[in-house]
Design a protein around this ligand. Structure first.
Ligand SMILES: [Zn+2]
Length: 80
């Protein structure tokens, strides 16, 4: 007997873990994981390399790097 109800998945896809694949870095502007080997949008700030998914994100970072760096590693919550 055949059941044509419900999708049949030939491959059981495992639930994606939250951790990004190795070798990727975070696009601080949009939060995406970017592969430095694949993107051509990068910026050097304060001696560190930053990578972005698009020219737009790169441009935004260049304008206000502090804004995006502030949210990089939590803890530094400055009172106004
Ligand atoms: Zn981006």
């Amino acid at each position: 007997m055949s059941h044509s109800h419900g999708p049949t998945t030939p491959f059981a896809l495992p639930a994606m873990p939250a951790a990004p694949p190795p070798g990727t870095v975070k696009d601080l502007v949009c939060g995406m994981d970017v592969d430095p080997a694949k993107t051509k949008h990068s910026a050097v700030h304060d001696g560190k390399n930053y990578f972005f998914c698009s020219a737009r994100c790169l441009e935004r970072f260049r304008r206000e790097p502090e804004k995006y760096l502030a949210g990089e590693s939590g803890g530094g919550h400055e009172p106004m």
